[in-house]
Ligand binder design. Sequence first.
Ligand code: NAP
Length: 288
Amino acid sequence: MSRVLITGGHGLLGREIRKVFLPGGYDVRETDIAELDVTSPDSCRGAVGAYRPDIVIHCAAYTAVDRAESDAEAAFAVNEAGTRNVGVACRESGALVVTFGSDYVFDGTLGRPYREDDPVNPLSVYGKSKLAAEEALRESGCDHLLVRTQWLYGPGGKNFILTILDKARQGAALRVASDQTGCPTLTKDLADGVLRLVRAGARGTVHFSNEGRTTWYDLARFVLERCGLAAAELHPAATCDLPYPAPRPAYSVLSKEKYRGITGVSPRPWDAAAEEFLSSLPAERPNA
Ligand SMILES: NC(=O)c1ccc[n+]([C@@H]2O[C@H](COP(=O)([O-])OP(=O)(O)OC[C@H]3O[C@@H](n4cnc5c(N)ncnc54)[C@H](OP(=O)(O)O)[C@@H]3O)[C@@H](O)[C@H]2O)c1
């Protein structure tokens, strides 16, 4: 049985990776920072040496996009150096590294879905740290699969959909960007996509998100309508009028052509995945 070690195993994606790989027939060990701190080369070598995984699914990351604008050192320490440390430990042990990139490596000006080899030009510190992570991964010389993804949500972690629901239930007036287009991606669907890619022997860079496209504003409206909160006060806003320090790409839909070619399947549409997620929630979550 192949052994899988997960970094960042208590994060939004790490939890779903475990849930999908365990029944997929893998011996799975998830870790978080207390057990495996990716910023420490010794911690990476120690965990890889002790568990001797065939695959390391590296989910640990600095993901606070706005905080990164004033905390670049920490973002690069986790994303760039952390990925290098995981890559080097796996090159030495012969394990495959599967890790995750971001649509924020693109500047959003292309006007059609981004393919894997389209030019990168990150706008934010977070995007730059994720691009540096990609470069560190390649430079480490490990066998690797990099899955770029976007707009993640799912159970067990902070995400846009749950934040919108909580704020609407508190009676807050919501102003949401209507000029950023991308695709919401359910963590369970991404984890399932990763399992398919691993089974197919994929290597290099592959894009994955759910199918279709929307804006944050239209996603918020969809969520509120499906949850009986259509009367909530929701206003479209221009990104430049919102109080978020990090610049974001205006259009960062990812092309799934390569994913389809490798696995022979298409991700399901984002609205079908979001419907399933919303129907799995308790009728009214307690306000956070
Ligand atoms: N979320 C998105 O919309 C999105 C979009 C595109 C790409 N991605 C990428 O997808 C991957 C997974 O993201 P996610 O949403 O699951 O992130 P997440 O929920 O923030 O989880 C990241 C995990 O990494 C842990 N971590 C932080 N520093 C660490 C360290 N030094 N050593 C070990 N673990 C550490 C975090 O622990 P603490 O919580 O204790 O800090 C957390 O458990 C990341 O590579 C991310 O960049 C995410």
